[in-house]
Ligand binder design. Sequence first.
Ligand code: ZN
Length: 198
Amino acid sequence: MGIPIAREYTVELAASVTRHVTCEKCSAQYDYELRRKSIGGGISVLFLNDAGAEATAQERAETSLQRKMKEHDPVPCPCCGWYQRVMIPYARRQFHRWMNWAAAVVLPVGIVFFILAFFGKAQSPPVSDETLVKLWAATVLLLGTSAGLYFGRSIWALYHQPNQTPRKGRIRLGKKRSRLVVAGDAPPPRKVGAKSRR
Ligand SMILES: [Zn+2]
């Protein structure tokens, strides 16, 4: 066990606000809840400034939360399914986010293979040339996959048009995430294959 030489302070804050939205497409008005969390940290080296570190942590958490509370959520209109212009960057940010997580999982494995390959000849006994080739191949494959997932997602998301996804799904999401205040003038979604009854 090491000797403690510093105290770390962490402050966690959470807030929520009701966002009122007027649809650009059909003029419907709807509300949704925007929730954000933030974490701020401060370090008191040699316990010399505990109060200062706590205040720093609080200030950082507050600043971060204030910035986050200005954001928007991609919540489409519950009447017509339209994502408002201000929401598009947030919809793109959330687009296929799993690819970033996958990239983050693959990266450390790639780094381990890189280290094994890099120091392969320095080991005693040194690894064979055949093994070394395999290690480098695995390194290139893993690091390439990680970079491909991360940058691929970023570029793909730039071209993502949330309003071109199926309308029914957007309306469903809008209804789930929001509360309709004033209905808009959106025509109801066409029911494909529905038969009229008399
Ligand atoms: Zn609308």
